[in-house]
Write a protein that binds this ligand. Structure first.
Ligand code: WTA
Length: 665
């Protein structure tokens, strides 16, 4: 790794970095950046909404669109009206036709170390075979196909095969539980499931099929299942009557040619379930034209992806980041995207850096929680490897504190790579607030200005713009192509969740409609936005979004528990961790066994990611006079913060009692 100032003693360099609160993009980066003209902000503003043609132009359309935006029925905005296209043709066929048949599309590494490379040609062939197989199983256009798969190539292959035949996919994160799978399949009436026998985690073969089978028992309709054999002899599995072997299906349809279905720009590309304030996960609907154009555009402008790059987003495809920035964005641009099956610390804590070195990765995108873990492990691990291939770094999913930012900048980027701190959500489809790496000054801790064409502002409770220096609520005042179109089969909830707060919901004037992402934010004098975190009952554990109500209902479902409150407390590596306060029914004892049953209940309902860090038994929860649980106070207790005035509580005495129990027994 080369340092900019080779002779600078380490201690001085550390001190200099500590003081520095803004960083300019390196000249070497600017010179080659996809977007380097700062006039782009004005150009987009002046030409809005037609500026978005620039995003649409990155795609190949079967039929041209008419209007860029139809805003006649807010908040049901439509983009690239009447345009027709197919996402898999955009991610595969056109690259194969344009001479990139032999370029690597996916470079995959399994946790045990085996690798597989799919060229664009290979990928197209397998996608067509699997698309033909899905068709034979009965999948028709607009049928929702659930994909419950870990980080193996068959996951993006299945996604693209679905896209090819116009069947929306609904990917369920492999770490989610059987119950979570069943809930999502029932909610989407999904009659098809693609899953696998298992996968590797820290050297162990995990049985995934068992979980999928258990999930299927909770599905209220018939399901055709396809099972990928990931583990071979390591784990024998049996296929039931309605289950098919993936490899057999692909072999049977080898050489099949499947015409990509021309989809309307507004047709659904996929559904992605995410957590919200209420217990039921929300089915976020993304479309073929707007979403794909937006994923491609942001990959181009923010991640600076070029076809000749090797690009690595170390997220899981089970979350939106993986959809937009492992699969759709990079493949639409014809680059090489890296996928890794396992964890960063197996067999050693330098696994990711080894992957960067061996693949000559140019662009690396991860979550702050990972960076905090790397920091904790120490710089010796990245130092074992030559990371000089890197050109750009990115983060996503949660706020990054300046210390972690600087560590990433120095120890991974060698002070030569810009960092993009990208704010966005499952619902936004792609990045919304971030610096453009070839243009803007970087300020560690602050995501940056809204992207060109994105009208994000911070407002007060009344919806008035706040003055620089103050904190308020983040809003997006105008639509954008990547936005969710609705919540699956629930337009009403779509409006109440995202628009009711700041819009005049009786108006048909699009200017009266304001999108509310439910994040707090601060604005500085340069228009940079610092995200402060969720203002609803969603917590962010290691960049994973979890609904506190979902966890609470799992805890209350444990026998002997009367009431529960779940909050996020500060955590050094995870950012936030789950703290559960539980009140037991009369006659129940707060034993270790009870604690284990509660934890197991949460794992069954959601998955190990939602596992409480601590379960605190308490006889009562602190409540306001009107009977509302004082969550803020529970959060402060969990984080070990100074507690404010508690005298206005209905039951102030309970606070000391709870404080004594946290971290105790
Ligand atoms: C948070 C992940 C601070 C935020 C792409 C948002 C962030 C939620 C950032 C969405 C960031 C995402 N800085 N906070 N750069 N990026 N968030 O839907 O609270 O899993 O609302 O999408 O993550 O999480 P989701």
């Amino acid at each position: 790794m080369t340092m900019t100032e080779d002779d600078e003693p380490a201690v001085e360099l550390e001190a200099r970095l500590e003081e520095q609160d803004s960083f300019e993009p390196p000249e070497s980066f600017v010179e080659q950046a996809n977007v380097a003209d700062e006039g782009i902000y004005e150009a987009f503003a002046e030409n809005w909404p037609d500026c978005w043609e620039r995003a649409a132009d990155l795609l190949e359309w079967d039929a041209p669109y008419g209007e860029v935006l139809d805003d006649s029925n807010p908040p049901f905005f439509e983009w690239f009206v009447d345009g027709k296209l197919n996402a898999s043709a955009n991610c595969l066929d056109r690259h194969v036709e344009n001479g990139a048949k032999n370029r690597a599309a996916i470079k995959w590494e399994g946790e045990p170390g085996e690798t597989r490379t799919y060229t664009y040609g290979d990928l197209l062939t397998e996608v067509e075979s699997f698309a033909a197989a899905l068709g034979e199983l009965g999948v028709e256009e607009d049928d929702v196909v659930t994909l419950y798969l870990p980080m193996i190539p068959e996951l993006p292959i299945a996604m693209l095969a679905c896209a090819r035949i116009g069947a929306p996919h609904s990917v369920v994160f492999a770490g989610f539980s059987a119950d979570a799978l069943a809930t999502r399949m029932n909610s989407a009436d999904s009659e098809y499931l693609v899953t696998c026998d298992g996968y590797y985690r820290r050297g162990e073969a995990l049985n995934h099929k068992e979980k999928a089978d258990k999930g299927l028992r909770g599905v209220d309709h018939e399901v055709e299942t396809v099972v990928v054999d990931r583990l071979g002899d390591e784990l024998n599995h049996f296929l039931g009557a309605s289950a098919h072997d993936y490899d057999e299906l692909v072999d049977e349809h080898a050489g099949a040619s499947v015409e990509p279905v021309s989809r309307d720009a507004e047709d659904m590309l996929f559904l992605m379930y995410t957590s919200g304030t209420t217990g039921q996960p929300k089915g976020v609907k993304h479309t073929t034209g707007g979403y794909l154009a937006y994923a491609a555009w942001t990959s181009h402008a923010v991640l600076d992806v070029k076809p000749e790059d090797t690009y690595w987003c170390a997220a899981d495809i089970g979350w939106i980041t993986g959809h937009s920035y492992i699969v759709y964005g990079p493949l639409a641009l014809g680059t090489t995207t890296v996928m890794y099956e396992g964890t960063p610390d197996y067999p050693e804590r330098d696994r990711l850096w080894e992957l960067v070195e061996t693949n000559d990765v140019d662009i690396f995108y991860t979550a702050p929680t990972a960076i905090r873990a790397f920091m904790k492990w120490g710089e010796e691990y990245p130092q074992r490897h030559d990371l000089s291939s890197l050109r750009l770094l990115g983060t996503v999913g949660e706020p990054i504190n300046p210390r972690a930012w600087k560590w990433y900048y120095k120890h991974i980027g060698g002070e030569e790579c810009p960092i993009v701190d990208t704010w966005w959500q499952t619902e936004t489809g792609g990045m919304m607030i971030t610096t453009l790496p070839g243009i803007n000054t970087m300020k560690p801790g602050s995501a940056g200005p809204p992207l060109p064409g994105i009208d994000a502002t911070v407002v007060d409770v009344e919806g008035e713009e706040i003055v620089a220096g103050e904190a308020g609520y983040l809003t997006v005042q105008r639509p954008w192509p990547g936005m969710l179109r609705t919540l699956y089969r629930n337009d009403e909830r779509f409006i109440s969740e995202y628009w009711a707060e700041y819009s005049d919901t009786n108006s048909d004037d699009p200017d009266d409609w304001v999108y509310f992402p439910e994040d707090g934010a601060k604005l500085d004098g340069d228009g940079y936005i610092t995200i402060l975190g969720r203002v609803d009952d969603v917590i962010n554990v290691s960049g994973h979004r979890l609904g506190t109500m979902e966890i609470e209902s799992a805890i209350v479902g444990t026998e002997g528990v009367a009431e529960a409150a779940v909050v996020g407390g500060d955590h050094e590596v995870k950012g936030e961790a789950v703290y559960a306060y539980a009140i037991l029914e009369d006659g129940q004892e707060p034993t270790d066994g009870m604690r284990e049953r509660i934890v197991a209940g949460v794992e069954d309902a959601i998955g190990p990611i939602a596992r409480p860090e601590e379960v605190i038994f308490t006889p009562e929860l602190p409540k306001t006079r009107s009977g509302k649980i004082m969550r803020r106070l529970l959060e402060d207790i969990a984080s070990g913060n100074e507690l404010g005035d508690t005298s206005t509580l209905r039951n102030p005495d309970v606070v000391d009692d709870i404080v004594d129990r946290v971290g105790g027994d």
